[in-house]
Design a protein around this ligand. Structure first.
Ligand SMILES: *Cc1c(COP(=O)(O)O)cnc(C)c1O
Length: 420
């Protein structure tokens, strides 16, 4: 109900918290805040256990997870197959560093290369590291393969982008929270409006080595570019001899109903940047995947990571790739996504201004009259549903792909009740 939500939103922080938390939750939440940097503003819930799409908090209450760790938990919590792979690996070998080869490396990298239809894989840990890796590779490729003069390489980036939190990456973000106070920034990035083919075409120059884009902007609010845009990016990159670097960290690996979001336009980028779900919600695993003519520019000593491609990461990552290779989860995401879209579209005009969906992924722009995105998420929490706002008034839904259809439907009932 609008009235109850706005009443709650008008209340103090502690009143809101009191209405949504239990005793242990309040104590643990306060303890968690006491000795940590406040670089996050979490919802007042303290999770102790989770399975599938359900999380249980320290007071024993169950919550439906409609965020999935921003797509890191595409396979849900504690997926038995992924847990088995992790447990088995824990008991035999966990880390060698890349100074030595281990026996899980070849299988994982071969499987991931095959899933991507590419020749080579460069494993890292976090998404931001994979993006940094792609930037380094694109620059080196530009100097060596394209003949760009030293230190002049340019990479075209998109307005509204989110590629992670390193100093180089936030330097080409246009989100003031991400960027302000962290300069000076790395030069060599040329921003263009996302989804604008003409602006992109005009931005290419002789020193352009790559276009870096999310095929759908997750953090931006599940922003889907106009139909044909990804094909245009592909065509323009080919015409100008530049690499298309697709950041599929949040959009890829089944979320949109296809293995990659680029698949919706039958587009094959030069470089796939992967992360999040690649680690099965168990360990951080990221990767840059491309053909030999691109990734081959790196030679020993020029890039690396102590933990990148470690045995535990490879064991889990391989299980993830095997699960995706059948296409079952992608089909499930499509089916559930169709049902979700119908429900969400019915909310437009009753609390939602607009909804955007692709596969099992949605951005819902909440009518400001209802409250902020944060207010909605707090009201959802009180009803046992966990979701996350982005950019003020947008709710992003990314349910685990394994979610039970009835649970999803119940979760959407809660959303409808909160915003209508
Ligand atoms: C989450 C995300 C990243 C950064 O990944 P981290 O693992 O948090 O460093 C980069 N790009 C996109 C599109 C993301 O969603």
């Amino acid at each position: 109900m609008t009235t109850s939500l706005t009443t709650e939103a008008a209340g103090t922080q502690s009143r809101t918290a009191a209405s949504t938390t239990g005793q242990r939750t309040e104590a643990e939440f306060a303890r968690a805040e006491a000795h940590t940097a406040h670089n996050y503003h979490p919802l007042p819930v303290v999770v102790a256990h989770a399975e599938g799409a359900w999380m249980t908090d320290v007071d024993g209450r169950r919550h439906l997870d409609l965020l999935s760790g921003y797509s890191a938990l595409n396979f849900g919590h504690s997926h038995p197959r992924l847990l088995r792979a992790a447990h088995e690996q824990l008991d035999s070998l966990t880390l060698t560093s890349r100074a030595f080869v281990h026996d899980r490396f070849a299988d994982f990298t071969a499987a991931l290369a095959a899933l991507c239809g590419k020749e080579l894989v460069l494993p890292m840990n976090t998404g931001a590291e994979a993006v940094e890796t792609a930037i380094k590779v694109a620059r080196k490729w530009g100097y060596e393969a394209k003949g760009v003069p030293a230190d002049r390489a340019e990479i075209i980036v998109m307005s509204g982008n989110f590629h992670g939190r390193t100093t180089t990456i936030v330097g080409f973000s246009d989100d003031p929270d991400a960027r302000d106070g962290f300069g000076p920034f790395t030069p060599g990035f040329v921003p263009v409006p996302y989804g604008d083919e003409a602006a992109l075409a005009a931005a290419f120059g002789p020193h352009t080595v790559a276009v870096l884009a999310e095929p759908i902007q997750g953090e931006g609010g599940v922003v889907i570019p106009p139909a044909g845009y990804l094909r245009a990016v592909r065509r323009l990159c080919t015409e100008h001899g530049a690499l298309f670097l697709a950041d599929e960290i949040q959009a890829g690996l089944g979320r949109t109903g296809r293995t990659f979001a680029c698949d919706h336009e039958d587009v094959v980028p030069d470089v796939y940047i992967l992360g999040k779900a690649l680690g099965g919600g168990i360990v951080p695993v990221s990767a840059v995947v491309a053909d030999r003519d691109v990734l081959g520019v790196l030679r020993p000593g020029q890039h690396g990571s102590t933990f990148g491609g470690n045995p535990l990461a490879c064991a889990v990552g391989q299980a993830v790739v095997e699960m995706l290779a059948t296409g079952d989860l992608q089909r499930r995401a499509l089916e559930l996504g169709t049902a979700m879209r119908e429900r969400l579209e019915a909310m437009v005009g009753s609390g939602a201004l607009a909804v955007r969906t692709r596969g099992l992924w949605a951005g819902i722009d909440v009518d400001p009259a209802v409250g902020t995105g944060r207010d909605v998420c707090e009201a959802l929490l009180a009803r046992g549903v966990l979701a996350k706002d982005t950019h003020g008034s947008t709710i992003r839904l990314a349910p685990p792909l394994v979610i039970d259809p009835e649970d999803l439907s119940w979760g959407l009932d809660q959303l409808a009740a909160v915003i209508s």
